[in-house]
Ligand binder design. Structure first.
Ligand SMILES: C[S@@+](CC[C@H](N)C(=O)[O-])C[C@H]1O[C@@H](n2cnc3c(N)ncnc32)[C@H](O)[C@@H]1O
Length: 265
């Protein structure tokens, strides 16, 4: 295993902090990925999840996807996230949904899943692989935790070509954009890790819709802030608006997209 650099640790911590910030929560709600729970449901169907399946949700965020999968397909789900706050919120959500016997959440690092063995029937990772500094390590771990023939399913941002300066900073990286791969890049990553039958489906409309929704919310928040209805960090909102505008342009030009990738171990 390669030594983790300080920069890698900072990126992970920064990403975890970002997704537990009030601003992101108020903008994104309970699901932190394009396509929302509808796309999670589709992912579960594509992986043909069943009642006896044991599923690992890597970078599970606030736990909404794990809970949906357990409720819809009856499977057991273990959700792992780097962020302490995400894990405690997800646990609370599982408790509120009376699903604590089916869904558990633990803190952990996608690039080092040493506490998890190769017996899982399926693993998912929604809109998070793009933020991991060491993607080959994370995908190797996804492969290792699965039983032979187990299925993996991710949804994530795709990036083709260089990004404009507005989307090249840390904010864009933790927002799943800056360090995303091309469709071919993901295909190669999974094939190289030993996965077979790698299938990719385009869901770029999901990221287009999410950016539109976010633009409306940020605009409303800025209006409310400027008229004094409530107090928000207006600097953050302006920066968010600029980032969204730049992302919209890249999506329109076909440089940014969203995919579902499934494969077998
Ligand atoms: C865009 S959010 C997606 C969350 C969830 N999958 C969803 O779709 O709602 C990215 C999540 O990845 C988590 N994360 C980032 N780096 C991680 C790592 N190395 N291991 C585990 N989780 C990580 C963050 O804490 C954050 O909750």
């Amino acid at each position: 295993m390669t030594q983790e650099t300080l920069t890698d640790q900072l990126i992970k911590a920064c990403c975890a902090d970002f997704y537990q910030s009030d601003l992101v929560r108020s903008l994104l709600g309970e699901t932190l990925h394009p396509g929302g729970l509808e796309l999670t449901q589709k992912l579960g169907e594509t992986l043909q999840l069943e009642e006896l399946d044991r599923v690992l949700d890597v970078a599970a965020g606030l736990g909404a996807s794990a809970i949906l999968l357990a409720r819809t397909f009856g499977c057991q789900v273990v959700g792992i996230d780097y962020g302490e706050e995400q894990v405690s919120q997800a646990r609370r959500r599982a408790f509120d949904n009376k699903l604590f016997d089916k869904v558990t959440f633990r803190q952990g690092d996608a690039e080092n899943l040493k506490d998890y063995d190769g017996t899982y029937d399926a693993a998912i990772c929604e809109c998070a692989l793009s933020t991991f500094p060491n993607k080959p390590a994370a995908v190797a771990e996804l492969h290792r935790v699965l039983r032979p023939g187990g299925r993996v399913g991710i949804t994530d941002v795709t990036l083709d070509g260089p990004l404009p300066p507005e989307l090249s900073g840390v904010a864009a990286s933790v927002a799943c954009i800056g360090m995303a791969l091309s469709r071919e890049g993901y295909q190669e990553l999974f094939s190289h890790a030993g996965f077979a039958n790698v299938q990719i489906t385009d869901y770029s409309h999901a990221i287009r819709d999410l950016v539109k929704q976010l633009q409306t919310k940020v605009m409303m928040a800025r209006l409310a802030a400027s008229s004094g209805i409530f107090q928000v960090e207006s600097i953050d909102l302006k920066a968010t608006q600029d980032l969204l505008m730049a992302a919209e342009k890249e999506i329109k030009e076909g440089h940014l997209g969203y995919i579902m990738l499934t494969a077998a171990a």
